[in-house]
Write a protein that binds this ligand. Structure first.
Ligand code: GTP
Ligand code: MG
Length: 320
């Protein structure tokens, strides 16, 4: 199927990942069809414009160059490739790129180590969706029969604590909270203690949003981490960085700053339903050797998906 006829496809279920990625899909395919309009073969001009399109879609320069190089090699090998084949080639090269990456596949949370509880520290800049993601994660883990508690270590704003409590109530997870301005490390400590006492499977600690440019704020995370380690050696088993899919290139800068300060073990990319530049996921997955664990595709409790690179690319390349 060529790239011209995607607008005529039937409607798809609202829950389908491709439907959630509609803004990115339509923007990308709309622009790609303009690039190939009136051209029959994939020539260097088409490739130049494709490169611009990928960079403009926030795929990131380094990843774009890899994809373009791979397509160039393919074009050099199989002469006379037509523009109607470009979408299939792009899909297969993108899939091959992601195939080589560490993947969370079907098991985003693998509790392998014998240390109980499994502690996940959630970090990221302001407003990226940390608290919402924690609520959604708790719902998923509880749905799998795990016992979950949440720690409100964002003691910066009263509203932050309330927001986590609301999520806790909604999904059936207890929340450990302390008065505003309490030391976030002490809240984390108390949550882990509570987790040990109550034989909890998963402890998720929320933290205050902090700008990636404020080094001292980022370093505070290291202190929270040390406190958790003292309380339960080997914990936190996970430090998950939440990135906002609408933040574009800024998300790459955030990932650099946070990964330098705390050893991030997983990434969650949120708000992919609200951006036409979901291509950033490809760049983040390619440029940081940290698995993307989950993607957020809406504000509702079930709008969090395990990141499966294959399913992601297939959805991105759906043309309805
Ligand atoms: N559309 C959409 N909105 C989301 C998604 N994830 C989170 N949000 C929204 O993003 C906004 C901020 O989410 P929060 O969870 O409060 O973000 P936060 O990182 O905890 O913010 P701070 O605690 O202030 O740093 C809320 O309105 C959420 O509903 C998503 O995947 N899609
Ligand atoms: Mg929050």
């Amino acid at each position: 199927m060529g790239i011209f006829n995607f607008f005529s496809k039937p409607t798809i279920p609202k829950t389908h990942l491709a439907e959630k990625l509609t803004k990115t899909r339509h923007s990308f395919w709309g622009k790609l069809s303009k690039i190939v309009a009136g051209r029959s073969t994939i020539d260097s001009d088409v490739l130049d414009r494709l490169e611009e399109l990928l960079i403009g879609s926030d795929v990131g320069v380094a990843t774009t160059v890899k994809i373009i190089n791979a397509i160039e090699q393919r074009v050099a090998r199989d002469k006379y490739l037509t523009t109607s084949e470009l979408d299939q080639i792009l899909q297969s090269e993108t899939e091959q790129l992601l195939h080589r990456l560490p993947s969370s596949k079907k098991d985003a949370l693998v509790i392998t180590r014998p240390i109980r509880p499994h502690v996940i520290l959630v970090v990221g800049v302001n407003g990226v969706g940390k608290t919402t993601t924690i609520g959604k994660l708790a719902a998923q883990f509880i749905g799998q029969g795990k016992k979950v508690i949440l720690g409100a270590a964002d003691t910066f704003r009263a509203a932050a604590m309330e927001q986590l409590m609301i999520w806790g109530n909604r999904v059936g997870a207890a929340v450990v909270a302390r008065p505003m301005q309490s030391d976030p490390s002490s809240v984390a400590h108390e949550t882990v203690q509570q987790g040990i006492r109550s034989d909890i499977d998963v402890v998720i600690i929320d933290t205050a949003g902090r700008l990636h440019t404020k080094v001292h704020l980022i370093n505070e995370l290291a202190k929270i981490k040390r406190t958790i380690q003292k309380c339960l050696p080997g914990a936190p088993q996970e430090v998950w960085l939440v990135l906002d899919g609408t933040n574009g290139q800024n998300a790459f800068l955030q990932a650099e700053a946070f990964t330098a300060a705390v050893s991030v073990t997983g990434i969650v990319v949120t708000k992919l339903d609200g951006t036409s530049k979901g291509g950033m996921v490809l760049g983040i997955a390619d440029q940081f050797s940290i698995p993307i664990k989950y993607i957020g595709v809406g504000e509702k409790v079930d709008d969090l998906r395990i990141f499966d690179p294959h399913a992601f690319v297939v959805s991105l390349f759906q043309k309805w």
